[in-house]
Ligand binder design. Structure first.
Ligand code: SAH
Length: 226
């Protein structure tokens, strides 16, 4: 109790910062994540604050973790790889589909000017909004709803990141992308997907396929049925 009241917080946060640095070097940089802005954001955001208490000690582990409502947060490397592929710029307005804990939204909040993030489970959206506000992310807005149809009230978006697996590229998300914009989304079966990058260039959409991945399903009007 006394250690908790008098001083363990500083030790804790120093120890966490060291764990983050190690995670950045051993899990990200060594595996090819090279964008210094992404690495700096991953070294800064306190991931343990977003992870349910019982797993907070595993916050910097090299694996996915349960986050409630039967959902999971990806391992740090996958978050970094998706965010790096998004190429978020300081002036960008970003949409994230699948808020989950809000961790990735915080990373995006470090990299872009404004982040809108949408989550279908109210309990997850509320919790994420609370943690993001405690940490001072005033440029991240959490909305509850079906993100497979995007967020038409706030379009257009320079970048859209989908953190759940889609059966195909949702038409609405492509429509809500600004000219020159970029959508990063796992597409495939419920079991296995491939990260796809969709770019809007001169009114045309260009799709490239990247690494294999495994996400929880995007459930919604332009995703999977329940
Ligand atoms: N980016 C999150 C992890 C995402 S897990 C983080 O940093 O913690 C994928 C999330 O997508 C889950 O929380 C799931 O409930 C949500 N999801 C699935 N389908 C959705 C939809 N149609 N709209 C919004 N969120 C959805």
């Amino acid at each position: 109790m006394f250690t908790h009241l008098f001083g363990s917080n500083n030790h804790d946060s120093e120890a966490r910062a060291q764990q983050r640095e190690r995670m950045v070097e051993e899990q990200l940089r060594s595996r090819g994540i090279g964008d210094e802005r992404v690495l700096a954001a991953m070294a800064k955001v306190p991931r343990e604050r977003f992870i349910p208490n019982e797993d907070a000690g595993n916050a910097y582990g090299d694996y996915p973790l349960p986050i409630g409502a039967g959902q999971t947060i990806s391992q740090p490397y996958i978050v970094a790889a998706m965010v790096e592929a998004l190429e978020a710029r300081p002036e960008d307005r970003v949409l994230e589909v699948g808020t989950g804990t809000g961790y990735e939204a915080a990373i995006l909040g470090e990299l872009a000017s404004e982040v809108w993030t949408i989550e279908r489970y109210l309990e997850l959206a509320d919790k994420a909004r609370q943690v993001l506000s405690e940490l001072g992310y005033g440029n991240v807005y959490v909305v509850q709803g079906d993100g497979s149809v995007g967020l038409p009230q706030q379009l257009p978006f320079d970048k859209i990141l989908v953190a759940a697996a889609a059966p195909r590229i949702p038409e609405s998300l492509v429509e809500q992308l600004a000219e020159g914009g970029r959508l990063v989304i796992p597409v495939g079966t419920r079991i296995e997907q491939q990260v796809q990058v969709v770019r809007k260039i001169g009114g045309e959409t260009v799709v490239t396929a990247h690494e294999l991945c495994r996400f929880v399903p995007l459930v919604g009007a332009q995703g999977w049925e329940q």
